[in-house]
Design a protein around this ligand. Structure first.
Ligand code: IMP
Length: 210
């Protein structure tokens, strides 16, 4: 089957976000709706088995998974991979965040850090986007601290123990739009939206010069 290509001007680009995590999708959707002109993008979640390579690098993990997903879906899509990197734990859990979340949860991280006075940590996201003929990776990072206690009941994952610098609130104490002012994910999706704008404008120019 011939892969789908970017639909030039006038038509809406449909882009799939390969994820089973509704929270991630809702956060991303809020950014895309804010950043892109209405009618330019249809953005939907899709569940495809995520094939993960073992790597220290989120961009490599995301790109590999995106290529695999594309081989099944054959339609413009993106895969996102994120991790929490804790300085006192030498970057752990990093690329193993989802496994560690399942096995230890946020309280497990707090226990590992009971005797650590250095609470600094960051979240990082890499988004791998495949829109033939393009393959692009966009990254985002937010610095902050690991709290001493679990706080808040919004969000997901390690949100209740991560406080972005200067906010005094954990991600789990913020609404989606407030989290998006700071988050690793929103930064990466903003970069994606900027690139999509140039792509859409480029295809518009291409069409009008014909
Ligand atoms: P994934 O492999 O990209 O799904 O993310 C790995 C793990 O990191 C997830 O299972 C979450 O526990 C955690 N994580 C990723 N992004 C966030 C976030 O924005 N807030 C809190 N935890 C997150």
């Amino acid at each position: 089957m011939e892969p789908n290509r970017v639909r030039p001007t006038g038509k809406t680009l449909t882009l799939y976000f390969v994820t089973g995590n509704r929270n991630k999708y809702e956060e991303a959707r809020e950014v895309m709706e804010r950043e892109l002109p209405p009618g330019t993008l249809e953005f939907h979640p899709i569940e495809v088995e995520k094939l993960e390579i073992q790597s220290e690098r989120l961009d490599k993990i995301a790109l590999f998974a995106a290529r695999h997903a594309y081989s099944i879906v054959r339609h413009p899509l993106l895969v996102e991979d994120s991790g929490l990197f804790v300085k006192a734990l030498r970057g752990f859990p990093g690329p193993y965040s989802s496994y560690v979340f399942e096995k230890l949860g946020p309280s497990g991280i707090l226990r590992l850090m009971e005797n650590s006075s250095d609470r600094s940590a960051y979240f990082e996201t890499a988004i791998a986007v495949i829109i033939p003929p393009y393959e692009k990776v966009f990254k985002g990072r937010v610095e902050g601290i690991i709290t001493r206690q679990i706080r808040g009941n919004k969000g997901f994952g390690f949100d209740p123990i991560f406080e972005p610098s200067g906010t005094g609130k954990t991600f789990a104490e913020m609404s989606i739009s407030e989290k998006n002012l700071y988050s690793h994910r929103s930064q990466a999706f903003k970069k994606l939206a900027q690139w999509l704008k140039t792509l859409i404008q480029g295809s518009t120019r291409h069409m009008s010069s014909k």
